[in-house]
Design a protein around this ligand. Structure first.
Ligand SMILES: Nc1ncnc2c1ncn2[C@@H]1O[C@H](COP(=O)(O)OP(=O)(O)OP(=O)(O)O)[C@@H](O)[C@H]1O
Ligand SMILES: [Mg+2]
Length: 349
């Protein structure tokens, strides 16, 4: 069931909550679907998942070896009910515990039982950062986790989320999940969110909406910084270039994480910097700017698209606006907070 937004600062998302609500209704009539919320980092996927009255699991926080995973699932559910694992009177629990005592546990069985156990509680299974299931492929006995999941007879429907957009869309296709894209908040919701922190006029609201693309984390960060700096432009620049900035740190994390997933070479960052300085480049433009051949450039650029840190449309490559500004100011120009006033004057130029 979807509970009404209760946290004080949760705004908007009516459409998505309605889709989830309808799906819960359909499930009762045996017509529900597995749903995948897909969207960039910090866009607000977890916040939506937390509105669902289900069993919430974040794969980024669990150990993803079949043995540890199954045990951690038992511990997690036990905690949920204020019990100890040994007090969970359940057949599947005994199966898992017995299997783990063997010298070479059957990893496929363990995973199957862990999911059976999760589904035995009559609650929607809510799984965050779902693309991490692919990590199970690193284990000898598993081989192809998606085929295993596809063969499963799900008793309860799943609602999952992932920030690895490209990977998740492929997974969703294979597992017949309905993809729901999560994008920035609309202007009305941004305005409501802002009003929970500061009092400003419509023109300033427009500025925040345009600078943040409606990404709630950025909106909140700007509002908090606005309280001390009393200027949207200054707050934005501070948030981007200062190492104290919430946006700075969020983007730094995204960049490091994505480049890590794309399996780093210094050339990845060269491409990022090139795109931070030029809009909509073709492969040939990038290739000449990083002094590499077409095929080498293509392989780098493809990996960056694969981890969603750059996007490709009609053969043109580009970076999302806030990330672009961040890479340009911090990595290309090497600017820091000493440039606050100057940069603030240039934000809307
Ligand atoms: N609808 C909303 N209204 C107000 N604040 C929100 C909303 N959605 C998200 N936020 C805030 O934005 C921040 C990031 O949200 P959240 O963690 O849900 O994003 P996410 O998409 O799950 O990010 P990640 O990809 O890093 O897991 C949180 O601090 C949250 O409080
Ligand atoms: Mg999240």
């Amino acid at each position: 069931m979807i509970t009404l937004p209760n946290s004080e600062t949760f705004n908007g998302r009516e459409n998505i909550l309605e889709i989830l609500r309808k799906n819960q209704e359909n499930i009762k009539h045996g017509k529900g679907q597995n749903i995948a919320l897909v969207g960039q980092r910090n866009i607000g996927k977890t916040s939506i998942l937390k509105k669902i009255d289900g069993i919430y699991i974040d794969l980024e926080k669990l150990s993803l070896s079949p043995e540890s995973f199954s045990m951690e699932i038992l511990e997690k559910v036990a905690r949920l009910y204020g019990k100890k694992v040994k007090d969970l009177k359940n057949e599947t629990v005994s199966l898992i515990i017995n299997e783990l005592e063997k010298i070479k546990p059957d990893q496929v069985k363990l995973l199957g039982w862990a999911f059976d156990f999760l589904e035995s509680h009559d609650k929607v299974l809510v799984i965050d950062e779902f693309h991490k299931v692919l990590d199970f492929n690193n284990f000898g006995q598993i081989k192809d986790i998606l085929s295993l999941l596809k063969e499963r007879k799900w008793k309860q429907n799943l609602v999952v989320a992932s920030s690895a957009e490209s990977d998740m869309k492929k997974i969703a296709k294979k597992l017949d999940m309905t993809v729901v894209e999560v994008s920035g908040l609309d202007r009305e919701s941004v305005k409501e969110l802002i009003e929970q922190y500061i009092k400003i006029g419509e023109k300033e609201v427009d500025k925040i909406y345009s600078l943040t693309q409606g990404i709630p984390l950025y909106v909140v960060a700007l509002c908090k910084r606005y309280k001390e700096l009393k200027s949207v432009e200054k707050a934005f620049v501070y948030e981007i270039v200062s190492e104290e900035g919430i946006i700075h740190n969020a983007l730094k994390f995204n960049l490091t994480e994505s480049l890590g997933r794309a399996r780093g070479q210094s050339l990845l960052m060269s491409v990022m910097k090139t795109l931070a300085q030029n809009d909509n480049l073709r492969l040939t433009d990038i290739s000449s700017k990083i002094y590499r051949s077409g095929p080498v450039t293509k392989s780098i650029v493809d990996r960056l698209v694969q981890v969603d840190i750059i996007s490709k449309e009609n053969k043109l490559f580009s970076i999302a606006p806030v990330l672009k500004y961040f890479i340009y100011q911090v990595y290309v120009m090497g600017n820091d907070i000493t440039e606050l006033n100057k940069l603030a004057r240039e934000v809307f130029k």
